[in-house]
Write a protein of this length. Structure first.
Ligand code: UD1
Ligand code: CA
Length: 483
């Protein structure tokens, strides 16, 4: 059913229990600010108006909420006052006003739909989502009439001992008839234990005017409000369970789901297999049939279908991997485009590079992309073979079909189909080992033998410098020779 809807997200509270320099609603759950989760649930309802109430010096919250409208609550005088701050933007609005809190990141659109439906069918002035938390302690309590409709909400601090026994609590989420909203708000006073404007008071005010009010019940976990770092961790754990379950429903295999960490925007294609202890940071998109064995870390990366990543691989922002790319253990890829079929199977750093299709990057290959001041690109063509332990000193280009000899330091561009060698030539001394060993042993014996008038061992000696043949073994040295 279509219904004219305005969503109001209250986010002006300071969240002092988080002991943070940042506004509470910008703290993250699954690598996304809490308020962004609430906004996503709100947007799923396609509201006509989306308004966020912020406090002074919360430009950062306004930015995170853009393009939502912003209403400023000058000083935090309670949830009723926070709704009143949106009087301007909502003037003349006659639809339903849905009030949400910026610090309840687990709220789902389905639950909000259920609340809206309950308000409609009862034609209620106010509909509230109730919950039964394990520890009802600080929450407002819902006072129901004999017929199950809602009579009042009493804040815990103002409740009698008897009222505090009630297990049904106020989640804070409310749907209010927009035609009556500000007339109800205007009747709120501050005559309560906290001298605040309680939004919750509008229920008793509406009932005093003989307007119906209702409550629905929802899962307390989903309505968890984050007021402390511990609650933040609890919300994170719940969100992770939800994200893993959704990925598995979409056809992704997790060998050990409880060890995999996802971001709110992680996308993984079907038939991909994710091993234990894999972390998906923000903005990762993985194609279908991708193998990601244990201990990989990715963020800002795109992985093509049927690629294979890890174990122990790291994909950093700007890593764009084509189909059938193989990234092996201890390989790091950053800001690089790897075309279909590229293989980099062992111990490499690929940064600021472009690599053409089917190129093989040997073990230990490093792109030397940074000189301490600027970053430079390495451009490698298709079907290139980069030998083991190659250093590519950027900016440098290696054209299609070229081959780089193992151990090369490549500082100059390599043309197509060329073989490039950039390493010192080996020197071999035939039959040198036996004589070298004999010299070494002789030197060692001489050093150990006691000498006349010599001070005892371990005493400091003058001129105790290592000189060849004077007591200390030396490594074999090849005499420089012209080649
Ligand atoms: C509120 C409810 C309580 C409910 C609980 C659920 C009231 C009076 N009480 O209590 O019944 O059980 O939430 O978590 O409504 N905010 C503003 N401006 C203000 C005050 C608050 O924007 O002046 C915002 C906060 O940022 C927060 C939300 O409103 O997002 C709730 O505020 P909070 O102080 O946490 O309310 P509680 O006292 O916990
Ligand atoms: Ca609260």
């Amino acid at each position: 059913m279509t219904e004219s809807l305005a969503t109001l997200i209250l986010a002006a509270g300071k969240g002092s229990r988080l002991k943070s320099a940042r506004p509470k609603v910008l703290h993250q759950i699954a690598n996304r600010p809490m308020i962004a989760h609430v906004l996503a649930a709100a947007r799923a309802l396609a509201p006509e108006r989306l308004i966020v109430v912020v406090g002074p010096e919360m430009e950062s919250v306004a930015e995170a909420a853009a393009p939502a409208e912003i209403a400023l609550q000058e000083s935090q005088r309670g949830t009723g006052d926070a709704v009143a701050a949106a009087r301007g933007p909502l003037s003349g609005f006659a639809g339903t006003v849905l009030v949400l809190y910026g610090d309840t990141p687990l709220i789902r659109a389905e639950t909000l739909e259920r609340l809206l439906a309950a308000r409609r069918s009862a034609n209620a002035a106010v509909a509230v989502i109730g919950m039964r938390p394990e520890e009802p302690g600080p929450y407002g309590r819902l006072i129901l009439a004999a017929d199950g409709t809602l009579e009042a909400i009493i804040e815990a601090k103002d409740a009698s001992d008897e009222q505090r026994q009630i297990g049904l609590c106020n989640s804070g989420v409310m749907a209010i008839d927009g035609k009556r909203l500000f007339s109800l708000i205007d009747a709120i006073t501050t005559s309560n234990s906290q001298a605040e404007y309680y939004l919750t008071d509008i229920v008793a005010i509406a009932r005093g005017r003989d307007l119906p009010c209702v409550a629905i019940e929802a899962d307390a976990g989903e309505l968890l409000g984050v007021n402390s770092r511990a609650e933040q961790a609890e919300a994170e754990a719940q969100m992770q369970r939800r994200l893993r379950a959704a990925a598995m429903r979409d056809g992704v295999t997790f060998t050990a789901p409880e060890t995999v960490f996802l971001s709110a925007d992680t996308k993984i294609g079907r038939d991909s297999v994710v091993g234990p202890f894999v972390v998906f940071g923000p903005h990762v998109t993985v194609g279908e049939g991708v193998e990601i064995p244990a201990f990989c870390h990715m963020s800002g990366a795109t992985v093509g279908d049927h690629a294979s990543i890890g174990p122990f691989a790291r994909l950093r922002p700007g890593a764009e991997l084509g189909r059938n790319v193989h990234i092996g253990n201890f390989v790091e890829v950053k800001n690089s485009v790897l075309a279909d079929g590229v293989k980099a199977n062992h111990l490499s750093y690929i940064g600021d590079a472009t690599i053409g299709a089917k190129t093989n990057v040997g073990a230990g290959t490093i792109t030397c992309n940074y000189d301490g001041i600027s970053k430079y690109r390495t451009e490698i063509g298709a079907n290139v073979f980069i030998g083991t332990n190659t250093s590519l000193v950027a900016p440098v280009k290696v054209a299609d079909g070229a081959m780089i000899a193992a151990g090369s330091v490549i500082t100059e561009d390599v043309p197509a189909d060329a073989l490039a060698l950039g390493r010192a030539r080996q020197v071999t001394k035939k039959a040198r080992v036996a004589s070298w060993r004999a010299n070494q042993l002789a030197a060692k014996e001489k050093a150990a033998a006691p000498k006349k008038n010599e001070p005892q061992k371990n005493e400091p000696q003058k001129n105790d410098k290592a000189k060849p043949g004077k007591g200390k073994p030396t490594r074999p040295k090849a005499k420089p020779k012209k080649r």
